[in-house]
Design a binder for this molecule. Structure first.
Ligand SMILES: NC(=O)c1ccc[n+]([C@@H]2O[C@H](COP(=O)([O-])OP(=O)(O)OC[C@H]3O[C@@H](n4cnc5c(N)ncnc54)[C@H](OP(=O)(O)O)[C@@H]3O)[C@@H](O)[C@H]2O)c1
Length: 244
């Protein structure tokens, strides 16, 4: 099966590509890492399993069409099986990552650039790769979402969630699974977070592998042993569907 992961030069995206490319070829044939810039860690992954495609703007359809052309060539007549829209950014509110910041402190520019990173990239990448995904055997699209954090970020992820639902409704009849996954609070950005990135990503991939058309349009939480009922903090990772 072939996979495409966006935002794969660091954090969760890099770990997704790392774990996927370490699986046997019977399970994962090729992983495409779609990024606007590479990284040493991404470049170090085996090139017979990972194809890095660099384009300047994931929200620009003309740019993304170049990525589609290069993936089409590599896939050699086969479709793309799974897309994971992972690229995303969290802007500070009014320039500050402070819990005291309020909605009124958020600038329109912060909101617009976060919408571009978290909604427009998902829209353009999904739309552009749809013809290849329709040729794929798995027909799975995932959007990596969240349950909280800063103002523009929360607004943008809520918009991305609705984008997910629209694709889910439109693609249901063709047997697609278009689902939201919250990866948990992972230590990619904040050392005080709940889980190591490798643990959260392993749990994300458990969902990716197990999901089918019955999960279409669902908002899914990871499952991590020992975190099903978290008494120390607000987050629990019980593998259940999240209502929204
Ligand atoms: N970490 C968590 O606890 C957590 C929790 C819930 C959800 N998430 C979500 O998980 C995803 C990955 O987060 P992470 O923690 O791994 O963060 P990260 O290490 O900062 O990685 C973010 C990735 O997204 C890319 N990206 C951001 N804005 C982009 C844009 N406009 N166009 C193209 N690429 C863009 C970045 O590329 P550049 O290097 O080029 O900027 C980078 O590859 C995000 O969608 C995030 O919202 C994370």
């Amino acid at each position: 099966m072939s996979y495409l992961v966006t935002g794969a030069n660091s954090g969760i995206g890099l770990e997704l590509v790392t774990q996927l490319s370490a699986l046997p070829t019977s399970k994962v044939t090729r992983v495409f890492a779609l990024v606007r810039r590479s990284s040493e860690a991404l470049d170090a992954l085996p090139s017979d399993r990972v194809t890095t495609i660099i384009i300047s703007n994931l929200a620009d359809a003309a740019e993304v069409s170049k990525a589609v052309a290069s993936a089409t060539e590599k896939l050699d007549g086969k479709g793309l099986d799974v897309l994971i829209n992972n690229a995303g950014a969290m802007e500070p509110t009014g320039g500050k990552f402070e819990p005291t910041q309020k909605t009124q402190d958020m600038s329109a520019q912060e909101l617009m650039s976060t919408l571009e990173s978290n909604v427009a990239t998902s829209l353009v990448v999904t739309s552009s790769f749809l013809p290849l995904l329709k040729q794929g055997k798995q027909k799975k699209i995932f959007n990596i979402t969240t349950c909280g954090a800063f103002h523009a970020y929360k607004i943008s992820k809520a918009a991305m969630n609705m984008l997910n639902q629209q694709f889910a409704g439109e693609l249901e009849a063709e047997g697609f699974c278009v689902a939201l996954i919250t990866p948990g609070w992972l230590k990619s950005r904040h050392p005080q977070a709940d889980l190591e990135v490798s643990v959260g990503v392993k749990a994300v991939l458990d969902i990716v592998f197990g999901a089918g058309p019955e999960q279409n349009g669902k908002f899914l939480n990871i499952r991590v042993a020992g975190w099903e009922e978290n008494t120390k903090g607000p987050n629990k990772y019980d593998g259940k569907e999240i209502p929204w």
